[in-house]
Design a protein around this ligand. Structure first.
Ligand SMILES: Nc1ncnc2c1ncn2[C@@H]1O[C@H](COP(=O)(O)OP(=O)(O)OP(=O)(O)O)[C@@H](O)[C@H]1O
Ligand SMILES: [Mg+2]
Length: 410
């Protein structure tokens, strides 16, 4: 074993909270990283992961800074071995360049942060210190279960039919709610193949649900927070779908559910835009939701489709009283009596949204209609929906206005 550091791992100066080690087969990389860390800690250095594993102190929290020579599949295999067996070690990877693929692989392997060589001293110190804090927090966790953390509310924009306005509802609702609670509302695009939330909000998809799913096993809310983009005009936190439809199968339904639950711990409200088909993910999200916004559009095929879909899915037993009917394009030219729709579906049309030219106009500009044209009929209906959904829950029974009585019981 080559070990050009001290015989024992060195600690951060002052009260020695944790140890730091640099690992890279290339002595130049090792030297560079040790120098970068020198301002805050005297890091030991090792040429292999095995060498590090032979020497580190299992009783202490240790941050292993892995250099660019390990930023490849072979290196990450070793990281996975290290991370799986040693909860007291937090791994920071320093790569020459950062790509989405590398970030995903690294996070999946158990790396807690990925930086580039160009991140500089302060970037590296910050990452090392943060990771040490996370690892220390995890290992200090009591064995007895903690009091459950407050969970934000989960709203899903759902339909048994495609093209009825699920994404329109989800994006506008997210934005309208975020305006009332900036930084406290998140929107997740669960249409993993063809999700268009990022386009509809005009934000570049920097990180996507794939990155979040890869990071979810870390139990590190701060890491998840850094993977969520902010929609600047509203303060809505957004987790877009993968850019490549073929990447969809990289995310397992249970990982998506964990991502959504983790966001519920960070936010008051999490809105999920659903895909136009059914799979385990959709069913799991419907089951987990506090409110299922069932979107139907005002035409006979749509209403019939929603009815059949509800029966097939046995939606009533799955979603029950959580179902709230959004009747989109409620004034559409194909005259269909709202009362008739309510009778067929067995639910009150709690949220009617008119058909409005302002909606496609806003779509084309990548701006949600509640911001693009707040005076339009659609925007006003969507704002009202946001207010109603944010209002404190009252009695379920009819309060006289009929609004709270959601399901008709025949
Ligand atoms: N209230 C409305 N008034 C006018 N146009 C609307 C309205 N709601 C939705 N649209 C239009 O309908 C189309 C489909 O909307 P959207 O993409 O939100 O549906 P979706 O249910 O998410 O579709 P998919 O199932 O493909 O995900 C869009 O072009 C949108 O502009
Ligand atoms: Mg959609």
């Amino acid at each position: 074993m080559e070990h050009d550091g001290n015989t024992a791992l060195s600690s951060a100066p002052g009260p020695a909270r944790y140890d730091v080690a640099v690992v890279d087969p290339d002595p130049r990389h090792r030297m560079k990283l040790v120098m970068q860390l020198a301002g805050s800690t005297a890091a030991a250095s090792f040429d292999t992961v095995d060498g590090f594993l032979e020497r580190f102190d299992e009783e202490r929290v240790t941050v292993a800074v892995l250099g660019p020579s390990l930023a490849n599949p072979h290196g990450l295999e070793q990281v996975a071995r290290l991370a799986a067996g040693h909860a007291e070690v937090g791994v920071v990877l320093v790569a020459e360049e950062l790509s989405t693929a590398l970030l995903q692989h690294a996070l999946r392997a158990g790396v807690r942060d990925v930086l580039t060589l160009g991140s500089g001293e302060s970037g590296l110190h910050e990452a090392v210190d943060r990771v040490a804090g996370v690892v220390a927090g995890l290992s200090a966790r009591p064995v007895t279960p903690e009091a459950p953390t407050a969970m934000g509310r989960l709203l899903v924009s759902f339909s048994t039919k495609g093209g009825v306005g699920k994404s329109m509802i989800a994006t506008n609702l997210g934005v309208a709610m975020a305006k009332r609670r900036p930084g406290r509302v998140a929107l997740v695009d669960a249409d993993l193949q063809f999700g268009d939330v990022a386009v509809l909000l005009g934000i570049p998809p920097q990180h996507t649900v794939i990155d979040a799913a890869a990071a979810i096993h870390h139990d590190d809310p701060e890491l998840l927070r850094t993977l969520v983009s902010e929609h600047p005009p509203s303060g809505l936190l957004v987790l877009p779908a993968p850019v490549e439809p073929s990447s969809a199968d990289q995310v397992r339904p249970e990982e998506m559910l964990l991502v959504v639950q983790a966001l519920q711990r960070l936010c008051d409200i999490v809105v999920v835009d659903m895909p136009p088909h059914f799979d385990d993910l959709v069913l799991a999200l419907v089951e987990a939701a506090d409110d299922v916004l069932l979107v139907a559009s005002m035409d006979i095929p749509s209403v019939k489709n929603v009815k059949v879909g509800m029966q097939t899915l046995d939606l009533m037993s799955l979603a029950g009283d959580k179902l709230r009917l959004v009747l989109n394009r409620a004034n559409a030219k194909v005259r269909l009596d709202v009362k008739e729709v309510e009778r067929v579906l067995g639910m009150d049309a709690e949220f009617p949204v008119p058909s409005d030219i302002a909606v496609p106009q806003a779509f084309n500009r990548g701006v949600p209609v509640v911001l693009d044209n707040p005076r339009s009929g659609a925007a006003r209906a969507l704002e009202l929906m946001a207010d109603t959904l944010l209002a404190p829950a009252g009695p379920e029974e009819d309060d006289g206005s009929g609004r709270r009585r959601r399901r008709q019981r025949s």
